[in-house]
Design a protein. Structure first.
Length: 87
């Protein structure tokens, strides 16, 4: 990689900057994935629906969290409708 590309990375071009970035991103992803899995279990959201959100949270952080919140909203809406109209 040439020096212009390293300069574009800013703080991540140094060892300490890279370490600071990873120690920020990894706990964020870990805590949010843990919360997503626990919340889904508590709310009865099917695990197969949650797995893509967990993977996306690991890869893209907030995008995966937004996906999970959308899945949770849809799943809870279906649960509310099912309890209002028992057949």
């Amino acid at each position: 990689m040439d020096s212009r590309r390293w300069q574009a990375l800013g703080h991540y071009s140094t060892t300490w900057g890279l370490l600071a970035g990873w120690t920020h991103y990894l706990p964020f992803d870990l805590v949010h994935r843990w919360w997503e899995a626990r919340d889904a279990q508590r709310r009865g959201v099917p695990h197969l629906l949650v797995v893509p959100a967990l993977v996306l949270t690991f890869l893209l952080g907030p995008a995966g969290l937004l996906l999970y919140l959308g899945i949770r909203a849809i799943a809870s809406r279906k649960t509310v409708l099912a309890t209002e109209n028992p057949e």
